[in-house]
Design a protein around this ligand. Structure first.
Ligand code: 3HC
Length: 311
């Protein structure tokens, strides 16, 4: 019977039909989805910290309001994704424990410091731009709740990227100091943005199976290339120089050739050795502990209401 179920599952995936939480699915499919969706959710929540550091120091009320809206969006993205993960039978509190204890990952990109307000613009342009390249194909992921969460997230991500690029256009039209701040931020965020797409396909243990199950629709290298091709003309328009001497248009390929990211740095950062890993986890742990009273009060209230209904 299981063999029949497996075949039916494979035919549905091959037929571009969505797999829903109550459908039969191979244990490996469920496990790799919990892994990817939970880590995606963790990335959104941790991702609130780098830009959150600039909320009290935004240069104008307008910039503060835009940044506040973006940071709040990231919290919402985390909630959609934890809810999608919970349809696979895991519990959000347990996922948070795994994040805090370092037993689950979050995106490497958030382990770098935000040193000036230009970083807010560069994160919007490059980091949210990379997230869009990575997330638009996930709107067609075979697991229904994940794909549907992506549709809403991608719409909000586009606002995130536009606000960042617009901020940079304004700064590049500003003083020499503002232009230098943007160029400095681009040099610090360019290579870590390329690493967001994961290791090269040859070193990616999950890609082959995730592509077969249509969880992923493109490989890490394909999406990285798409991001480079999209970003180079935008950098030219901005008037910034991308920190890669090997970057050049390859007419035969119809793509930009570019240099090799520092994969030793990537491994160090996802292994906990990045510039801000300890701080990001410490702040997440503190927020979780400081919020315990809210969870306890909500649980006590729910129990009281349930007892009243029973009576
Ligand atoms: N940061 C941290 N860990 C990473 C990583 C990164 N940038 N890239 C890869 N890894 C990890 C993988 O999680 C995997 O470890 P695991 O088995 O313990 O989970 C290991 O490195 C090998 O990588 P693989 O390529 O084999 O793993 P995947 O097939 O899962 O590919 C991925 C990695 C491309 C990140 C994929 O998981 C994915 O597309 N995830 C959904 C998108 C996502 O998580 N984006 C986060 C970006 S931040 C964001 O979107 C917020 C936005 O608002 C800015």
């Amino acid at each position: 019977a299981e063999q029949g179920l497996e075949e039916y599952f494979e035919s549905r995936v091959a037929g571009e039909q969505r797999i829903e939480p109550r459908d039969w699915m191979p244990e490996g499919y469920r496990r790799t989805l919990v892994r990817q969706v939970a880590q995606h959710a963790h990335s959104e929540i941790i991702g609130m910290q780098p830009e959150g550091d600039w909320l009290t120091r935004a240069p104008s009320l307008r910039r503060k309001a835009i940044l506040l809206a973006k940071v709040q969006d990231e919290a919402g993205h985390g909630l959609y994704l934890y809810a999608a993960a919970e349809t696979l039978g895991v519990d959000r509190a347990d996922l948070t424990e795994r994040l805090i204890e370092g037993r689950q990952k979050y995106s490497s990109i958030f382990n770098y410091p935000t040193l000036s307000f230009a970083d807010v613009g560069v994160i919007g342009w490059l980091v949210d731009g990379a997230a869009i390249c990575n997330q638009v194909p996930l709107c067609r992921s075979s697991f229904g709740p994940y794909a549907r969460a992506m549709v809403r997230i991608c719409k909000e991500e586009s606002f995130h990227q536009r606000q960042g690029y617009e901020l940079l256009l304004r700064m590049m039209a500003g003083t020499e100091a503002q232009r230098a701040a943007v160029q400095d931020a681009v040099e610090r965020w360019w290579w870590p943005s390329l690493m967001m797409f994961g290791p090269p396909d040859a070193d990616s243990p999950n890609t082959r199976q995730s592509m077969a199950w249509r969880i992923k629709r493109d490989t890490n290298d394909e999406l990285r290339q798409r991001f480079v091709d999209m970003s180079v003309p935008q950098a030219d328009r901005l008037g910034v120089t991308l920190p890669d001497p090997d970057l050049r248009w390859n007419a035969e390929r119809g793509h930009y050739d570019f240099g090799e990211p520092d994969w030793a740095e990537f491994k160090r950062v996802i292994g906990g050795g990045g510039p801000c890993n300890a701080e990001r986890i410490a702040r997440r742990r503190a927020a979780h502990e400081n919020g315990a009273w809210v969870r306890e009060a909500a649980a006590a209230y729910a129990a009281k209401r349930a007892a009243e209904r029973e009576a």
